[in-house]
Design a protein around this ligand. Structure first.
Ligand code: NAI
Ligand code: DG6
Length: 532
């Protein structure tokens, strides 16, 4: 049996003059209401209400969507393909607890709901699946392919990953044994030396321009061979070291393209994939922590008006941290230190046991509480306050100590252990210690995020907007910060603030989907329950 379900997106019908359902899309008017706040010399805040009306147009036809993974043969890559196939073919399997059905648990798009409003008869909240807000591709309908520097075919790669139960693997082997990752680019200096024995599926030569052209051709061929309407490319390959940002090399789009032509050593494989995707006009998402999006790469996406998103899947520990740190700080409790330890035994852990690759991960895991701390100057003194207090000029405000440790312990395989201690100041000098111990298969957390990132990225390519009164609709800005919920170190429009709060990230996503339908996102006011 094959369980496919084409996107419908027809579950919700907004009855309003400002929302029009046309043959090829949904046109909706939305007013963005906010406030401009200015702090005067007297310390008082002057607030002016703002509002700007936009029109959104969302094309309804999703078409046939390809998902190309860089790192297809890894733990995440094999688990994505296996999950897709098990769901698509409705393969169930026996475990010691009984018969297990395939599902998409952990996917915000496929397994979570959005509060639309209230039923006027009962006064009860009405929730709908997030996937029904707008027409979106169903993950069963993706055509999945991609690259890996390891030539191991997908059935064997799935066995190597040791993520899924044998009774499922056994049934998936016939579906996966014919699938071979495309050869990829390997610049040994960017990933750990301990990965060298995997690298046996490589595009020939050292010429980076030839590599770029090869990847571009792979994308085009995948699209035409599979008769696809669109493709999303997503990096779930090994974590690379940071590339050095060098003026004249990767600081502008022209310099970056020239550096690729010159095969400059600081151009990483992930940046080549990003540039290839941008030049092919397909969205590129970076699921690892390295700085793939050097300034020249972001500029290239802007110039080509194509979409990029990153960095680093936010799967477990960091997600909890962004919730817990926000809870503490918003509750007026002051975290003094956050100490995070991981150990895991998969190939990701092996690669991260190398210092330069670990450093990339350390950076992405460390930034997650910064905005919450900066938002509460009652608990944390600002740089200016510290300077005034100590007489020593400091540029950094007060911040909790925050350490991140990752160790490779082969025995535990994909089942990552994450241990966190939150040490906080309470009322009248009291102290509070909270410990969290989390244990689960890392790839089962990351896989639904990969589906979500690809589904939402594809959707966002179909949304255009215009300020009311203007003639032309434009695509959204190139950096898809609406994907932040799924990413540890969200890439945002240069010059704008990063939002790490998971709740705010989710609200932004919900709010945006609603805006595309012309709906407001002020559901939690529940004014009817506060008044007579
Ligand atoms: P993995 O090591 O099992 O898979 C990575 C794959 O990438 C390997 O098969 C490797 O051969 C391949 N590869 C390396 N360089 C390549 C290149 N230049 N081109 C094509 N393929 C290449 O790792 P896993 O567990 O699948 O994780 C993938 C990435 O996702 C890692 O960077 C990891 O840090 C990141 N990540 C994983 C999370 C999780 O929960 N599993 C969460 C956050 C990030
Ligand atoms: C060890 O930390 C391996 C990493 O790849 C993590 O598993 C991954 O970055 C997920 O981190 P988190 O903090 O989102 O659970």
């Amino acid at each position: 049996a094959t369980a496919r379900r084409s996107p419908e997106g027809g579950l919700i019908k907004v009855e309003s003059d400002s929302t029009k359902y046309e043959e090829e899309g949904i046109r909706a008017k939305f007013t963005d209401r906010g406030a401009d706040v200015v702090k005067g010399a007297d310390g008082k805040f002057s607030v002016k209400k703002t509002e700007k009306t936009y029109e959104f147009y969302t094309r309804s036809k999703v078409g046939k969507v390809g998902l190309m993974l860089v790192g297809l043969g890894g733990n995440n890559g094999t688990t994505v393909l296996a999950t897709h196939l098990a769901n698509r073919h409705q393969i169930s399997w026996r475990t010691k607890d009984g018969l297990q059905q395939p599902n998409y648990i952990g996917s915000v798009v496929r397994a979570s709901t959005v509060r639309l409003g209230i039923d006027p008869e009962t006064g009860k909240d009405v929730f709908v699946p997030l996937s029904d807000m707008l027409p979106m591709v169903h993950p069963n309908d993706f055509v999945i392919g991609g690259w890996d520097i390891s030539a191991v075919p997908m059935d064997k790669a799935m066995l190597r990953a040791k993520v899924l139960e044998w009774d499922l693997q056994r049934q998936l082997i016939p579906h996966m044994e014919g699938v071979q990752p495309l050869p990829s680019i390997y610049y040994p200096d960017f990933i750990a030396a301990n990965q060298a024995d995997r690298a046996d599926n490589l595009i020939d030569g050292d010429d980076k321009q030839v590599h770029l052209d090869h990847i571009r051709n792979d994308i085009r061929k995948f699209k035409s061979d599979n008769e696809l309407d669109s493709v999303v490319v997503l990096w779930t390959a090994n974590t690379e070291r940071y590339a050095e940002i060098i003026p004249g090399v990767n600081d502008t789009s022209d310099n970056l393209l020239k550096s690729i032509k010159d095969s400059h050593e600081e151009v990483s494989p992930s940046t080549i994939f990003a540039v290839a995707s941008i030049l092919e006009g397909v969205p590129f998402i970076n699921g690892s922590p390295q700085n793939t999006f050097v300034p020249g790469c972001i500029e290239l996406a802007e110039k080509n008006q194509t979409f990029i998103g990153g960095d680093d899947f936010k799967s477990g520990q960091t997600k909890v941290k962004s919730v817990l740190a926000e809870f503490l700080v918003n509750a007026g409790i002051k975290p003094l230190s956050i100490s995070s330890y991981n150990h895991l035994g998969n190939n990701d852990g092996k690669n991260l046991s190398s210092q330069r690759q670990f450093r990339s991960k350390e950076i992405s895991k460390s930034s997650v509480v910064d905005d919450m701390v900066a938002a509460n100057h009652l608990l944390y003194k600002t740089a200016a306050e510290l300077t005034a207090e100590t007489g020593e000029v400091t540029k950094k405000g007060e911040h909790p100590d925050h350490i991140v440790v990752i160790k490779h312990v082969p025995a535990v395989g994909d089942s990552k252990r994450a241990i966190d201690e939150y040490y906080s100041e309470l009322l009248m000098g009291g102290r509070n210690v909270m410990n969290i111990f989390n244990e689960c298969e890392d790839s089962l957390l990351a896989t639904p995020l990969i589906f979500d990132l690809a589904i939402l990225a594809e959707l966002l390519t179909r949304v255009t907007y215009k300020p009311e009164g203007e003639a032309e609709y434009k695509p959204l800005y190139s950096v898809l910060s609406l994907l932040s919920y799924m990413l540890k170190a969200p890439l945002v429009k240069p010059g704008t603030d990063v939002v790490n709060s998971l709740n705010r990230q989710r609200n932004a996503l919900e709010g945006f989907l609603k805006a595309c339908l012309g709906l407001e996102n002020n559901g939690d006011l529940l004014l009817n329950t506060r008044i007579w």
